[in-house]
Design a protein around this ligand. Structure first.
Ligand code: ZN
Length: 157
């Protein structure tokens, strides 16, 4: 009678193992299936890990900016009290949506095309960038401010 698996036998001969695997293709297939499953679950957890890292960096960058402005993590539309959109002041529009990082004086587009929003967040967290021209805006105020003639170049974080 052939053994169900080559493991657990007393034969440790390499040639015996090779022959056993060759005569049991279904076993080799099962092994590679297990390997595939292990690999795919590994890449999923890797994706989750990277996603979490980016979320943490976003949170940290927002916290660093809030601390710089002596504020809490909140929309800072009032830092440009005279900005008007469609003839209205920003304060006339209620805050809504997630926080984003805004280049107060514009010019965000060129920086973002160079290092990306993730690069910018990383530089903020690592203290590799001055913060005086950055602030937090909610989604609505960011879009409104961006459309303003002063041209604050905002982006999604
Ligand atoms: Zn707002």
């Amino acid at each position: 009678m052939r053994p169900e698996t080559c493991h657990g036998t007393k034969t440790q001969d390499a040639e015996y193992h090779r022959q056993w695997y060759n005569s049991h293709p279904e076993f080799a297939e099962r092994q590679s299936k297990l390997k595939r499953e292990k690999y795919s679950s590994h890449s999923e957890s890797e994706i989750e890990r990277v996603k979490r890292w980016h979320q943490e960096t976003k949170f940290l960058a927002e916290t660093v900016l809030a601390t710089y402005w002596h504020r809490s993590r909140e929309c800072m539309f009032d830092l440009t009290p005279n900005a008007t959109v469609f003839g209205k002041r920003l304060s006339e529009f209620p805050c809504s949506g997630p926080l984003e990082i805004d280049h107060i004086n514009g010019g965000g587009r060129s920086e973002l095309s160079r290092i990306g929003s993730r690069g910018l967040r990383k530089n903020i967290v690592n203290g590799k960038r001055t913060l005086s021209d950055l602030r937090l805006l909610c989604f609505v105020h960011n879009r409104l401010y961006r459309s303003d003639a002063t041209g604050g170049m905002a982006y999604e974080t």
